[in-house]
Design a protein around this ligand. Structure first.
Ligand SMILES: [Zn+2]
Length: 262
């Protein structure tokens, strides 16, 4: 029932590279006998330039864990409780810009649905008030593991199903947590290196379904460094393309009983 789950932690220690792949032990939550809810990723080998998340199906086959790219919209809300009120509009703009990029690359529609006080935790993602919650909050209010160098976390929750109509999997929730103390040390805006924009792009790609990579030339490298690329690099673009509209629609059966925020 449990295994190591990569929560997609991005860390930074001074200007140097730090290896910090977060492994968190999470339990699967069974909502119904034919459904399994999974928090991020089977612990699979990381790709060089992009890594898709793989969902294990009942038959033993695996499939890519991704959103139904044909859903009317992936709604998202923000919780900026941990960010100074004065700086919230600028932060929101950055997040909106990152979401717009992911939308453009994947072909998936996103819809901003305002603010929330919801704090993403390991066990409450099913009841999130939107498909994705982006939270700039004190990490102590969540139960994702973090270190003093953490900048953020991002990931997805997916459902797998089987039955008379076959089996499948789809991402049904995403989350991104941005850690104020870390974000504060970074340059605001987008651009190469240690920028807030790069962290947001990284976490939003987790929330779109991507896992970490081994190449430090990609934005999905687990650590932010002075050499981090300006925005998404070629592997990131490839990966996002593979979880988007080109991969085809997913029909999620009704028994995956989760609020649809379209
Ligand atoms: Zn990450």
């Amino acid at each position: 029932m449990d295994d190591s789950r990569d929560q997609g932690r991005r860390t930074r220690r001074g200007p140097m590279v730090k290896f910090g792949l977060a492994l968190t032990l999470l339990a699967l939550v069974m909502l119904a006998p034919m459904l399994a809810w999974n928090l991020p990723g089977e612990k699979t080998a990381l790709g060089t330039n992009y890594t898709l998340r793989s969902a294990q199906l009942a038959s033993g086959k695996s499939t890519t864990a991704r959103w139904d790219p044909c859903q009317k919209a992936i709604t998202w809300q923000v919780n900026m409780a941990g960010w100074p009120a004065k700086k919230r509009p600028a932060m929101l703009k950055q997040i909106q810009s990152a979401v717009a990029q992911v939308s453009r690359i994947t072909g998936m529609k996103y819809r901003y649905a305002g603010t929330t006080t919801f704090t993403p935790r390991q066990e409450n993602l099913v009841s999130a008030p939107a498909d994705i919650v982006v939270a700039v909050i004190n990490p102590k209010t969540t139960n994702f593991s973090f270190s003093e160098n953490s900048l953020g976390y991002g990931g997805v929750l997916w459902a797998t199903w089987y039955g008379g109509d076959g089996e499948g999997a789809a991402v049904v929730r995403g989350y991104a947590v941005l850690i104020p103390s870390g974000m504060n040390k970074l340059k605001a805006g987008f651009g190469k290196g240690n920028t807030q924009g790069n962290v947001i792009l990284h976490e939003m790609a987790h929330a779109a379904g991507l896992d970490h990579v081994r190449s430090s030339k990609q934005q999905m490298y687990p650590d932010l460094t002075a050499k981090s690329p300006n925005g998404y690099a070629s592997g990131d673009l490839q990966g996002l393309g593979k979880v988007g509209k080109k991969a085809g629609c997913i029909t999620i059966p009704d028994r995956v009983n989760i609020t649809n925020y379209d």
